[in-house]
Write a protein that binds this ligand. Structure first.
Ligand SMILES: C[S@@+](CC[C@H](N)C(=O)[O-])C[C@H]1O[C@@H](n2cnc3c(N)ncnc32)[C@H](O)[C@@H]1O
Ligand code: SF4
Length: 440
């Protein structure tokens, strides 16, 4: 049944890591608006902090992230100085010294930062925020460039979660994506992390990569589960060469077709569930002992720009070029260009380039979309949402979801279409957005 449905529906819908989604941000929300919003925060609000490090030392051809290749450390160091200046600038705009509960470094590759710079960054953060003693301090980590000394420096800085990019263990796939990373390298890094008390391990796997076959999926999952990650993400390769020109290096004839992508995904899900992992939303998995598995049970799962999270902070401050943040009043995104970003913060201005203020209607729809994406169900007012519920009719006929009064529930078989169900409540959909990648 699912094969037919994948062909039937246009699955190019947003991933709903925010609502409204980033293409609807506009330059009416600038640094002055952001400063105002920051000053209005309740000082008791817990904060989440996100840092974007847009550098890597080599380009993986599949990469869809915002990053630049650098061969020297100077640009990284210069950038980091700007990020630390931004921390001061933003902390000064807050109504009081506030508590940070979640810290996350993403990229690009935060592994580009030298050990001493991790210490300097954490020192600065501890100087300007109360970093909670139980705060989650997470970094995305590229195993190809991590050494044991580096892991030791992360431990010293207080890091307690690492998200490890793996993608595939198959040498011919690794060659086709220009990312050579033997299994032993990944295994070794995980052993170092655990030996240095960084025991919360996430791993990123992919399907739909060039030359990837359904036959390799089962062993990919088994080899991964042998490493006992606490959480796993299983991303379908999003081929968007019109946005990421380096993806043109990937031969389209090497890409698995829709049916094979679907087979790869289903096999991976089946195997992970068989091995005891709990499916989170559509493409994330948690070990049953992990708090994320528990959050599914208690309805406390959330979704933000890092994907699924147990982070409940109502405000996330984004630092670095292109970083996105949110406050109860709305979303803000920093300038993408490194030069413009640096100039703004060194001139003492927030580097906010765009954003969106949330209307009451946006807030209402955001809660419905987040409920569907996280809990597979939402309760809506059937009168207010009559037109949206109407849009779900074909999905109900196809068994993707049920609608009972105002209760919308995604069926187990409908999980792969979760984004499609959520999109019925997106009032902006089709209003001047770019192209999205396929949902499956
Ligand atoms: C910023 S990267 C991870 C950190 C680190 N740079 C690394 O590669 O090890 C985040 C993850 O996004 C996923 N990803 C990157 N490009 C993608 C694409 N085009 N389609 C789907 N997933 C992608 C990969 O699984 C990758 O590990
Ligand atoms: S996948 Fe990670 S390491 Fe590779 S280019 Fe993208 S951000 Fe850099």
């Amino acid at each position: 049944m699912t094969d037919d449905l994948i062909n039937k529906y246009d699955l190019r819908v947003p991933r709903y890591t925010s609502y409204p989604t980033a293409p609807h941000f506009h330059d009416g929300v600038d640094g002055a608006v952001y400063r105002q919003w920051l000053s209005e925060l309740d000082p008791a609000t817990n904060l989440s902090l996100y840092f974007h490090i847009p550098f890597c030392d080599e380009m993986c051809w599949f990469c869809g992230c915002y990053t630049k290749i650098v061969k020297r450390y100077e640009p990284v160091k210069e950038y980091l100085d700007a990020v630390l200046a931004e921390v001061d600038l933003i902390a000064d705009a807050l109504p009081a010294r506030m508590t940070a509960k979640h810290l996350h470094w993403g990229g690009g590759s935060p592994t580009m930062l030298k050990g001493e710079d991790w210490m300097a960054t954490l020192d600065k953060l501890r100087a300007r925020f109360d970093v909670a003693s139980d705060a989650e301090i997470a970094v995305e980590l590229d195993p190809r460039t991590a050494t044991e000394d580096y892991v030791r420096d992360l431990e010293r800085a207080g890091v307690n979660r690492a998200s490890i990019g793996v993608q595939s263990y198959e040498p011919k796939v690794q060659e086709a994506i220009h990312r050579i990373q033997p299994y032993e390298t990944t295994k070794q890094v995980i052993e170092w992390l655990r030996a240095h008390n960084i025991s919360r391990i996430n791993m990123d796997l992919m399907y739909g990569l060039p030359l990837q076959t359904t036959a390799e999926i089962e062993s990919m999952i088994d080899m991964t589960v042998d490493l006992r990650p606490n959480r796993l993400a299983l991303f379908g390769y999003a081929h968007v060469p019109w946005m990421q020109s380096h993806q043109k290096m990937i031969r389209e004839e090497d890409l698995p077709g829709a049916a094979e992508r679907w087979e790869q995904f289903s096999l991976a899900v089946e195997r992970l569930k068989h091995l005891g992992y709990v499916q989170i939303g559509f493409d994330h998995f948690a070990h049953p002992d992990d708090p994320m598995a528990n959050a599914v049970e208690t309805g406390e799962l959330h979704r933000n720009f890092q994907g699924y999270t147990t982070d409940t902070a109502p405000a996330m401050l984004g630092f670095g070029a292109s970083a996105i943040g949110y406050l109860p009043q709305g979303y803000v995104q920093n300038e993408r260009a490194l030069k413009g970003y640096r100039e703004a913060v060194f001139a003492g201005r927030p580097a906010t380039a765009k954003g969106i203020a949330l209307s009451d209607e946006d807030t209402l729809r955001r809660a419905v979309i987040e409920d569907i994406m996280c809990n597979l169900t939402a309760e809506v007012d059937p009168t207010h949402f009559a037109r949206d519920l109407e849009k779900l009719k074909p999905l109900v006929e196809d068994g993707i979801c049920t609608v009972d009064g105002g209760r919308v529930t995604v069926s187990e078989a409908g999980r792969p279409f979760i984004r499609l169900v959520a999109s019925a409540f997106d009032a902006y959909l089709g209003t001047g957005e770019g192209r999205h990648s396929k949902a499956v």
